[in-house]
Write a protein that binds this ligand. Structure first.
Ligand code: DGJ
Length: 727
């Protein structure tokens, strides 16, 4: 059993294969405190870590002086108002207007398996792989019940945490903060890692020493965002790629979030994660409950690499649905021709795809309504028969004759002011009464908090999907939420609108994957603006960035792989010069950089040179043969171009350790250099491995200590794929 309770010690213990998490109950009231999270420890008495003997921080005899206790006790789920001045996970406004909450243990349950979280994406697992602990805490003054949920897996070093808050009283209560998890650590020499970026520069790694005070990543854009990411890591200052202690937290959620760490007066660190409290409020009528989204927590003593591998395993095994689905190689029309296409052009692309051996043609933006540019028709999800006579049905059937599948692009959350939908239902766009909403990319956000709005859009799109042989859908979303307001809610509940929007989105995606189980869904948000574990519950892959230029992609994919498996990243060979940064790189290298993800082309093959076109079958062959090692195997980062400025290298080892693939890119050449020796990782030490190109055989240890020599080539953007097979 990964979870147990020791009634003598009053300690809860959660074990994963290599970590232990401990909490303890204190005093007759039942304060719940955090004791330990880290590499596995024996079942010793660790209660001393609660530091209950250290005066004046501990309440002595009654009547107590509580302030110093409240100020320093490591509350497992801190609440606002009683004297813990750090970030509260819970704030509750009582009918009288006061905001104070005190939580005390009232019971617990431990059971096998993991329950779903209603309406929310979450990890899943049966009783054979995980246990769940529910600790029920109560605030007697508010008649509030707070259930802390923990799941520990026996096959991966990740804990899942979330919270359910129920009003057990007779009067309404307002939650003004309901974060999902708080983590306490001792704060000596910790670095904080967060991801920041923008459109086309998603997820750059930011690592800096944790300083006193609060440091955070957040989104208030209604989406998890390009700018920050719902993830943070805290690691020892000395921690490297494969060594040192490292904690990671990521959020299974796709809207506003706060990911924050604070180093406090006692050199303690508190890390919290949850829905951002700004603009958030939730009315709980008597008997009603609020379920906060889930946080995934991991701890590794094998550096950042260990953290990443645990997240990858958890996501692939226990969260992403459709992970096993075939990921077809595809040709996407966007950079190939933008809005400028008709049936004949698409069929021509389909012919090119068929000749090259690409499996699927994706018709991106522009097939519906009167959409010839960005100004019109979002919301009118019916085929433009002028462009596509015979509709998607005819196109799909003709492509099928060529042996090519059909995929389409949709943007269901949006409406153009110039659309039938908006003209008929202007009230379906989000707007604050009396205020003109902000346009972005010429579009408004639909009010997904309203069921009738969701139904109208969903049914239109479902009709299209039923009308033609469509096997892939790219679900895009191209602007942040502004003017957040729900026409379905009364004034006192408007603080719920942003979260209810996300719940509406999840409901629509759940319907889609339920009604069309054979369709492969890929999420997208102006590239990777909503690349998060929440969306991965619905789509096994997400378009990583609109910047598909290979060298920039090395950065984006490196940072994305800190948390997410390579199998979740849409990665395509794009046009040159790059449409996003103008860089010209060899076709071969563009293929190599895309190979580890979900592979495709974002170009018109007819515009390639003969020599480039001739490389496509070889690229597809490499993808088919070696892509699975990257997508399903264990990932090791060997070198970062972000750090060294010259070269990038990573590898993956298949789970059975029978094969390994190394991707090396010399981003910039340097004068007068010898070859570069890169020690490999993750191989079976005593097994023999043959390098497929040269035939050289060495032991796993030999490759890991001796490494591979990558020649210094007189060229920028030079790539090498090295494959090892166990003999
Ligand atoms: C943004 C996406 O990221 C692109 O790939 C493309 O689908 C466009 N939207 C279409 O409008």
């Amino acid at each position: 059993m990964p979870i147990s309770y020791n009634p003598q010690e009053r300690v809860f213990r959660l074990d994963t294969p290599r970590t232990t998490y401990l909490m303890g109950l204190v005093g007759s009231e039942g304060f719940l405190g955090h004791i330990y999270y880290g590499p596995s420890i024996p079942d010793d008495n660790m209660r001393y870590l609660l530091r209950l003997e250290e005066k004046p921080f501990t309440p002595d005899a009654l009547p107590r002086e509580r302030a110093s206790f409240m100020d320093c006790f490591p509350f497992e789920y801190p609440a606002w108002g009683g004297g813990d001045f750090r970030e509260p996970c819970l704030r509750v406004r009582a009918p009288g207007g006061g905001e104070s909450c005190g939580l005390f243990y009232s019971g617990h349950r431990i059971y096998p398996g993991k329950p779903p979280l209603e309406g929310l994406p979450a990890a899943y697992g049966g009783g054979d792989v995980c246990d769940t602990l529910e600790i029920i805490c109560r605030d007697p003054a508010l008649d509030l019940e707070v259930t802390l949920l923990y799941t520990a897996f026996s096959d991966v070093d990740v804990l899942c945490r979330s919270v359910r808050i129920r009003n057990g009283g007779q009067t309404p209560l307002d939650l003004t903060a309901a974060l999902s998890a708080s983590l306490e650590l001792d704060g000596q020499d910790l670095d904080l890692i967060t991801l920041h970026g923008s459109w086309s520069r998603e997820r750059e790694i930011d690592r800096r020493p944790l300083a006193s005070g609060k440091q955070s990543a957040y989104s208030l854009r209604g989406i998890s965002s390009h700018q920050y990411h719902p993830f943070l890591a805290l690691c020892q200052h000395s921690a490297s790629q494969e060594q040192g202690l490292c904690y990671g937290m990521t959020f299974v959620y796709s809207g506003n979030f706060l990911a924050q760490a604070e180093l406090d007066q006692f050199q303690r660190v508190q890390a919290v994660m949850g829905i951002h409290p700004d603009g958030f409020a939730w009315r709980l009528e008597p008997g009603e409950a609020f379920q906060a989204p889930e946080v995934l927590l991991t701890c590794s003593d094998q550096g950042l690499g260990g953290m990443s591998r645990s997240f990858h395993d958890l996501l692939r095994r226990h969260l992403i649905r459709g992970q096993e689905k075939h990921r077809p190689t595809l040709l996407n029309s966007w950079e190939a021709c933008y809005f400028d296409f008709d049936h004949d052009k698409l069929l021509e692309l389909g012919r090119e795809a068929a000749e090259c051996g690409v499996e699927l043609l994706v018709v991106d933006d522009g097939w519906f309504g009167r959409r010839d540019d960005e100004t019109t028709s979002l919301g009118d999800w019916h085929v433009n028969e002028e462009k596509l006579p015979g509709g998607l049905k005819r196109l799909g059937e003709e492509l099928a004759e060529l042996g090519v599948g059909l995929g389409i692009w949709v943007e269901p959350e949006m409406v153009s002011p110039d659309s039938q939908l908006f003209r008929q239902h202007p009230g379906y766009a989000m707007a604050i009464p009396g205020r003109a909403p902000t346009l972005a990319r010429n579009q408004y956000v639909l009010d997904l908090t309203q069921k009738k709005v969701r139904d109208l859009v969903y049914n239109q799109i479902a009709d299209v999907l039923r009308s033609a042989p469509i096997s892939y859908v790219k679900w895009d979303m191209n602007r942040p939420l502004t003017d957040v307001y729900s026409a379905a809610l009364p004034p006192e509940r408007q603080g719920e609108a942003a979260h209810r929007y996300v719940l509406g989105l999840y409901e629509m995606q759940e319907r889609l994957v339920t009604d069309f189980p054979d369709i492969l869904l890929e999420n997208c948000c102006s590239g990777g603006g909503r690349f998060d574990a929440g969306m991965l519950y619905y789509s096994p892959q997400i378009w990583c960035s609109d910047n598909a230029e290979a060298m920039d992609r090395l950065w984006i994919q490196e940072a994305t792989a800190l948390v997410y498996p390579l199998s979740s990243m849409g990665a395509h060979v794009a046009c040159c010069p790059s449409h996003t940064n103008g860089r010209v790189t060899p076709f071969e290298t563009r293929g190599r950089v895309s190979l580890p993800g979900c592979f495709g082309y974002e170009l018109d093959p007819g515009k390639l040179t003969e020599a480039e076109r001739a490389q496509i079958p070889g690229q597809l062959e490499e993808y088919r043969k070696y892509g699975p090692i990257f997508r399903d195997g264990d990932y090791y980062r060997l070198a970062s171009f972000r750090e060294n400025g010259y070269y990038d290298a990573f590898m993956a080892v298949s789970k059975d350790k029978a094969a390994a693939a190394v991707s090396y890119t010399q981003v910039r050449s340097r004068a007068y250099r010898r070859s570069l020796r890169l020690p490999l990782a993750g191989l079976e030490e005593t097994a023999l491995y043959r390098e497929t190109e040269s035939g050289e055989v060495r032991s796993g240890l030999g490759w890991m200590r001796g490494g591979v020599l990558f020649p210094a080539v007189q060229a920028d953007f030079h790539s090498v794929l090295t494959v090892l097979e166990r003999v």
